[in-house]
Ligand binder design. Structure first.
Ligand SMILES: Cc1cc2nc3c(=O)[nH]c(=O)nc-3n(C[C@H](O)[C@H](O)[C@H](O)COP(=O)(O)OP(=O)(O)OC[C@H]3O[C@@H](n4cnc5c(N)ncnc54)[C@H](O)[C@@H]3O)c2cc1C
Length: 393
């Protein structure tokens, strides 16, 4: 019997396992993940701001998958893929042989080599980092009563991509409650968002991004665009000659793929591999790369699609169908991606959305929270709760 090894139990990896079991493939499926749980990475900013608890966005994958006859779950850390020997090397266990590999190891924080970013910024990339960022925020705000250092009430969010903006939305929603709880004056709180690019949320129509910026400005955020960060020091973010003092520095400037990609000798850029049109890689057709470790060219403009949960799930469906076909002696099909739109939340009560389903829809305000609640994500429908997805067998 062939063995399919799936690396990573994020959106992409779990969805592949689910689709392969649905397809009743005649193969042994081994899922490797470093934690016994799946986390909804699209909601990490809520844990970091303290509007959600880790338990709200995680679930144990083992009991769910224990019911699947041909699925084995291994909790371990992947250190390297020996592509020629077809082996996955693990931190603690013996190397795993595979006939087919689905690499879905996901994303890590990107610092662009900026001095001090790793040491002094709080990234939001998994449960551990989101919880650490929340604890730091709360203890620093609480410390103001003792220190009377205004920098304890200054927060800098680095970058103004989706994660930064969604985090800011949750943060400004929670700050008044934290002020009551820890007894600090709201009028001394300062929230700066620093972005190297000239525009905030350029992927939205200008009217929507302008609305989002105004909404957050009204709630106390100051945006600094065209302001490249040159260094992060303990207690300050530096852009050339300007210093932004703050004792909480949230580092959300972007992500790259898992370091295992470079460590395994893939032909990569920022730990992402440009895949063939059936999601395999040219020199090793026994491997599918999907999710944030992969890069898919958009045939419309030749540029790479942004990495999102939405495309990860669509890739997982296509990779599972292609694997099932290969196992039956068939051929693979081209992956075709139809983006359904984008939703950016601005805290629990507001957001902006650009949706391409049955026409083109531009939404802003509280309507978006309803959309977000319905789909529980910014990427419309495809990211239906993954737990329900696994239980629906
Ligand atoms: C705060 C935030 C909000 C976001 N919001 C949205 C959104 O609303 N909509 C959207 O479409 N996208 C959103 N994204 C992007 C989206 O989360 C990613 O594109 C998506 O999670 C990628 O899925 P994945 O399965 O490739 O990787 P991941 O979700 O990163 O999963 C990778 C899995 O592999 C495991 N793993 C990693 N390294 C190892 C290792 N060495 N060994 C073993 N296991 C390992 C991890 O623990 C994890 O379980 C958001 C991202 C962030 C950070």
């Amino acid at each position: 019997m062939k063995r399919i090894v799936v690396l990573g139990a994020g959106y992409a990896g779990l969805r592949v396992v689910k689709q392969l079991t649905h397809a009743k493939v005649d193969a042994q499926i081994v899922l490797v993940n470093k934690n016994p749980y799946h986390y909804e990475s699209t909601q990490l900013h809520e844990v970091a701001a303290g509007t959600k608890q880790p338990a709200d966005i995680t679930f144990d994958i083992r009991p769910l998958l224990a019911r699947k006859r041909n699925v084995e779950v291994i909790i371990d850390e992947v250190t390297r893929v020996d592509q020629d020997a077809r082996k996955v090397e693990l931190k603690n266990g013996e190397p795993l042989d595979y006939d087919y590999l689905v690499n879905a190891l996901g994303f890590e924080s990107e610092t662009f080599g900026i001095k001090g970013a790793d040491e002094n910024g709080w990234p939001l990339i998994d449960i551990e980092t989101a919880v650490a960022a929340r604890k730091h925020l709360e203890s620093t705000l609480a410390n103001y009563r003792r220190s009377h250092d205004v920098n304890d009430l200054h927060i800098v969010v680095c970058g103004a991509g989706f994660t930064s903006i969604e985090y800011l939305g949750e943060l400004v929603h929670r700050l008044p409650r934290l002020a009551k709880e820890y007894g600090f004056p709201m009028e001394l709180v300062k929230v700066d968002c620093i972005e190297a690019a000239p525009k905030i949320l350029p992927m939205f129509e200008p009217s929507l991004s302008a609305w989002a910026v105004k909404y957050l400005e009204r709630k106390g955020v100051t945006f600094h665009v065209a302001t490249p960060i040159t260094e992060v020091r303990p207690g300050a973010v530096v852009s050339n000659d300007t210093e932004f003092p703050a004792n909480t520095i949230i580092w959300t400037t972007g992500v790259h793929g898992s370091h295992v990609i470079a460590d395994s000798g893939y032909d990569q850029k920022r730990n992402r591999v440009v895949v063939e049109d059936d999601l395999r890689i040219a020199d090793h057709p026994d491997q599918f790369l999907i999710g944030d470790v992969s890069a898919v060219p958009n045939p419309g403009n030749g540029r790479l699609y942004p990495t999102t949960g939405q495309i990860s799930i669509a890739q997982a469906d296509a990779a599972a169908a292609n694997l099932a076909s290969l196992l039956r002696g068939g051929k693979t099909k081209k992956f075709v991606f139809k983006p359904l739109g984008t939703v950016c939340s601005l805290g629990p009560g507001a957001g902006i959305a650009s949706i391409d389903m049955m026409g083109h829809w531009k939404l802003k305000g509280s309507k978006v929270s309803i959309v977000k609640k319905m789909i529980n994500d910014r990427t419309v429908l495809e990211l239906a709760n993954i737990r329900t997805m696994l239980e629906s067998d």
